[in-house]
Design a protein around this ligand. Structure first.
Ligand SMILES: [Ca+2]
Ligand SMILES: [Ca+2]
Length: 202
């Protein structure tokens, strides 16, 4: 799985954010509105939870400044603290939630990228056994995933979910699902930023 940014991509991303554009370096526009949460809220997005999942305690999810893509600059990012709503050791233990949105595309190929990160701080625990599984879904189909796995306190792990996929003309759904097989209380934070959906040029 490819989840690291090349230097060139990071540089272009930094310039795009600086310019307030957040699209492609070649001028293509992001098909999503508020894909980088720079409105400071969840405008354009819907939050969801899985069957026995939570996206965090009271006040979650929220928008926080965080350097999700690791370029040294913190920007508004969506923050979650996912896990099981009610602790279960049997069945589908991986629970949580995330966010989704719809966009209109034309027939062709989509190029999608999403920056994700996980940070863990704790006064009592040395590490957490699972920072979360991030999944990128297009119309309900998982195109890519990035598993944080165990994370030590005081550390941050980052990744970029990338995918390309053919689409038909019309309305489609992008979803980012984050799950953990444990309770959400005192869990690591998960961050999402720079959800970019581009139409590949003909
Ligand atoms: Ca942002
Ligand atoms: Ca950043």
């Amino acid at each position: 799985m490819k989840y690291s940014c090349s230097k060139k991509v990071r540089w272009f991303l930094a310039v795009a954010i600086f310019a307030g554009l957040v699209g492609a370096d070649d001028g293509r526009a992001n098909l999503l509105e508020n894909g980088s949460f720079e409105t400071g809220d969840f405008s354009g997005w819907e939050v969801f939870t899985t069957e026995n999942g939570t996206v965090g305690q009271v006040g979650f999810p929220n928008i926080m400044e965080f350097d999700t893509n690791g370029n040294g600059k913190a920007t508004n990012s969506a923050r979650f603290q996912v896990g099981q709503h009610k602790f279960e050791t049997a069945g589908d233990t991986r629970q949580g939630g995330g966010l989704y949105t719809h966009f209109t595309g034309k027939a062709g190929i989509l190029e999608i990228s999403v920056d994700v990160a996980c940070a863990f701080s704790s006064n009592t625990k040395r590490r957490n056994l699972d920072g979360g599984l991030f999944e990128l879904l297009l119309d309900g189909e998982t195109l890519n995933r990035f598993h944080i796995g165990p994370i030590h306190k005081g550390t941050t792990k980052r990744g970029t979910l990338r995918a390309s996929s053919p689409i038909t003309a019309g309305v489609h759904q992008i979803r980012i699902r984050i799950t953990r097989p444990f309770a959400s209380m005192a869990a690591p934070f998960q961050y999402v930023d720079n959800v970019v959906v581009l139409q590949k040029p003909d």
